[in-house]
Design a protein around this ligand. Structure first.
Ligand code: ANZ
Ligand code: ZN
Length: 803
């Protein structure tokens, strides 16, 4: 028979599919939307690690197509961002030019995967026709009060004179020049994502997502229940409000700590402490948040003032320390060193009394060496609360405190509003005009997109403003409301802006009137399956959910969760689990592998390397194995076609088992075991063919259908070889008949030392291990001696030799 020739076959079918697309909307099929996280088109191109996610999603898509769905399987480009801008600064090439080149290159490389992307749906976040809608959403949010301006301390490099993203601060130093990073108050645009905190948390229940990801989102949103308690300050009229999740421990509060930025921090200082307090406040302002959050020795300063515990009237010293964050809760805490680790550490260091108020077994601990942090035990040293269960009190205390008039019960979220402006060039201009009469006025919707102008220099200006601020004719404009001379906003949006909603645009990417038409949204949305890396577990997926909920609220879409199902693939790493990167020099390019083994073999190998949800080490050599498998199956299919044997009972049974096994493994996303399953069944069929002269047509055809989503080219070719004129992807996914899978049962005597003890019935296909195990179980009570040998004469005898 003709030998397998991957080059010829793959070329032929790629051309064929281009001319006759296999995924067509006949208006009758239900839709299935399988989405890949769209890539940033970097200058480095794709490596074998990138392939993995795309292969997984393509296999899943083709499987769904064969189950009778019309597929939405689009691809696009998340193309705004720093690398293109930094390249422009270095080389003077306009980011739009380098981006376009990178997109071209990426597209060519993606084509090698033969994924069934619908390029008619392509989007690019830097295309004005796309970012018109990114800006439109911002304008809508502004009109709804969800986008607002605020002075905000951000990371600031005094030497580069620019604001830095958190990612650009390495160990408290500027990534570019190494200078100590400080804080600077800069005017920022914020999105009020906190308004959606409860919905973002509660609706996690609706999603078929990995539990791990849901948990990460829930923790990021960080809802906690507790109380705000007011402490009068000795000698002042003002009170300090603290936030606590453990109001049950109120009697154990022996001191209080305020964030250095707290509004009252300075005025609490006395003549004796003023100098030290002011120095501490200044030092803290120079530290980055990252530094403050890192676990290290506690620092602090006593203000000289005292607060009064409202429950028992005791005097508690007020300290400042940077382990209390200014923007969480109230920026002030009551400290219970006996029951909180950080407070314990602080009290030990500064010699502050420790009062235990919860006892595990009713007894007070003599010398506490660590805090007792559990809310279980009985209350002691707590006045009227003595003897109560701490767990019960924890729940009831907020209510009680509210009734006593010393505080109120509250709910807190860790989630912060989203800092949405960047002092950078290569992003969507924020469509706001600052008018001296009207304040902030959005660019009228019918004037969008507000396009990014060309600049001479991409360098940040040094004032904390974006390079756009340097273009007078762009900055100066007139107010759309009153016509007065006004100035444009010069900050741009973060890279997240486009990726928060791009998946909606794919289904109606040429619509000039609407973000997406009602009709198309209803027909094709939301996304049924989203596939991508786990590194996006929080930010991107949370932002997308927020955007979708907002668009739901203003009636653009009629669903409020974008992604029904989520799958996170693990990373492909180099040797020893090291991340593949250009700088480490361990990048494996798919190009040579595609040339030598073909796309089909590489696709199979990408899945064969390990469970798709786990990281896997890449080793080129393994691809030989899958290549051999394809060759052997090819030969089996071609020889069997020639032999044209009639089906036997064995073949029918094998066919149904094959269909059943592969489908099950595929449905549970155990893709590596699908590939090993193909290999095992192929071996069994080859053995069978040796005896029978070949394998029947229906069995080979079922195998080809199952293989099609994984190795589309060779499957399509074999399908044609078997006399079909239509694509294998237009066939229905085969189904297994469980009755036809059942093994015949046979009766086998079980012997000890050659003497029959009983007769059992086992599957005719049972392996030696299975037969022996069944036999031993049947005579377990008689197995008293030492077993020296276990014999299974297939289908005849089980004999246990004992001494
Ligand atoms: C007294 C207490 C006693 C506390 C105890 C804990 C254990 P969540 O919301 O779960 O993170 N806290 C409050 N505001 C803070 C801030 N701005 N910076 C640092 N810590 C702050 O935890 C809230 C708890 O963290 C609060 O409850 C408070 O300490 C502290 F045995 O109050 B607790
Ligand atoms: Zn105006």
């Amino acid at each position: 028979a003709v030998p397998y020739n991957h080059k010829a076959i793959e070329q032929k079918w790629r051309k064929n599919w281009e001319e006759n697309p296999v995924n067509v909307d006949d208006g009758k099929k239900p839709k299935y939307y399988c989405l890949d996280m769209f890539p940033y088109p970097s200058g480095n191109g794709l490596h074998v690690g990138h392939w993995r996610g795309y292969v997984i999603s393509d296999v899943w898509s083709r499987f769904k197509m064969m189950q009778g769905y019309y597929l939405i399987h689009p691809m696009g480009w998340d193309a705004f961002g720093l690398p293109a801008e930094n390249y422009a600064i270095k080389m003077g090439v306009h980011p739009s030019k380098s981006t376009a080149e990178n997109v071209e290159n990426f597209k060519r490389q993606l084509n090698d995967i033969s994924a069934i992307y619908d390029w008619d749906r392509e989007v690019n976040t830097t295309d004005p026709e796309f970012y018109k809608w990114t800006q439109w959403i911002f304008v809508k949010m502004f009109k709804e009060g969800l986008a607002y301006e605020k002075e905000f301390p951000i990371n600031w490099c005094p030497s580069c004179k620019t604001g830095l993203a958190n990612e650009e601060v390495v160990n408290g130093k500027c990534e570019r020049c190494g200078a100590e990073v400080t804080k600077k108050n800069l005017r920022q645009w914020m999105l009020r994502i906190t308004k959606y905190a409860d919905r973002l948390l509660n609706d996690l229940d609706k999603l078929d997502w990995p539990e791990k990801v849901k948990k990460m989102q829930a923790e990021w949103i960080g809802k906690s229940y507790g109380a705000e308690v007011q402490f009068p300050v000795e000698g002042k009229d003002e009170k300090i409000t603290v936030y606590t999740t453990r109001p049950d421990t109120l009697h154990g509060a022996t001191f209080m700590v305020l964030a250095p930025e707290h509004a009252m921090a300075k005025e609490l200082a006395t003549d004796e402490t003023r100098e030290a307090v002011e120095k501490y406040i200044y030092d803290a302002s120079m530290k980055s948040n990252v530094d403050r959050l890192q676990d290290k020795e506690k620092t602090g300063v006593f203000t000289g003032s005292y607060a009064i515990n409202p429950l028992n009237g005791k005097k508690t010293p007020i300290w400042l320390s940077d382990y209390v964050l200014a923007d969480y809760g109230t920026g002030a805490i009551m400290c219970v060193p006996a029951h909180d680790d950080r407070d314990f550490e602080f009290a030990k260091k500064f010699n502050i009394p420790i009062v235990q108020v919860i006892a595990k077994d009713g007894k007070e601990i003599e010398n506490m060496t660590e805090a007792y942090t559990e809310a279980s035990g009985t209350m002691i040293n707590s006045g009227e609360w003595n003897g109560m269960e701490s767990a019960v009190l924890k729940k009831e205390a907020p209510e009680m405190i509210e009734k006593m008039g010393i505080g109120r019960k509250t709910v807190n979220f860790k989630l912060r509003d989203w800092v949405f402006s960047r002092q950078r060039y290569w992003g969507e201009p924020i469509p706001i005009i600052h008018c001296p009469n009207c304040g902030n006025v959005p660019v009228p919707e019918d004037q969008l997109p507000l396009t990014l102008p060309d600049v001479e220099s991409y360098e940040p200006t040094g004032t904390g403003e974006s390079p756009l601020a340097g273009i007078e004719e762009w900055v100066n404009t007139t107010c759309p409301c009153c016509g007065a001379p006004a100035k444009r906003e010069t900050n741009t949006m973060p890279q997240w802006a486009g990726s928060s909603w791009y998946f909606l645009r794919y289904v109606d990417n040429k619509n000039t009137e609407e973000l997406v038409s009602k009709e198309k949204a209803q027909k094709y949305l939301p996304v049924d399956m989203y596939i991508g890396g786990v590194e996006h577990a929080v930010l991107h997926l949370l932002y997308s959910r927020f955007y979708t909920k907002f668009l739901y609220d203003i009636g653009v879409v009629d669903f409020d969760e974008p992604f029904q199902k989520l799958f996170n693939q693990g990373m492909i790493t180099g040797k020893n689990g090291i991340k593949m990167s250009k700088s480490k020099g361990n990048v494996v390019s798919p190009d040579d592998l595609v040339r030598d083994y073909g796309c089909d073999a590489l696709r199979l190998y990408e899945l064969f390397v390990g469970p798709p949800e786990l990281d896997a080490e890449w080793d080129d050599r393994g691809i030989d194995g899958v290549y051999r498998f394809i060759n052997r199956f090819w030969k089996l299919a071609m020889d069997s076609k020639e032999a044209n044997v009639a089906e036997t009972k064995e073949m029918v049974k094998m066919r149904h088992k094959l269909v059943y096994d592969i489908t099950q493994r595929l449905e549970s996303f155990s893709l590596n075991t699908v590939i090993s399953g193909f290999m095992e069944y192929n071996n069994k069929l080859i053995d069978m063919a040796k005896k029978e002269g070949g394998i029947d047509k229906a069995t080979i055809e079922a195998f080809v259908q199952l293989l099609a989503p994984f190795a589309p080219h060779v499957s399509e070719e074999l399908w044609q070889e078997y006399g079909h004129t239509d694509s294998v992807f237009h066939t229905q996914w085969p189904t297994a008949d469980e009755d036809a899978m059942k093994d015949d049962e046979i009766e086998v005597p079980v012997q000890i030392n050659g003497k029959t003890k009983t007769v059992i019935s086992i599957s005719a296909e049972a392996t030696k291990e299975e037969a022996i195990e069944a036999g031993k179980a049947a005579i377990a009570d008689k197995l008293t001696g030492n077993i020296v040998k276990e014999i299974y004469v297939p289908k005849k005898i089980i004999n246990i030799v004992m001494k």
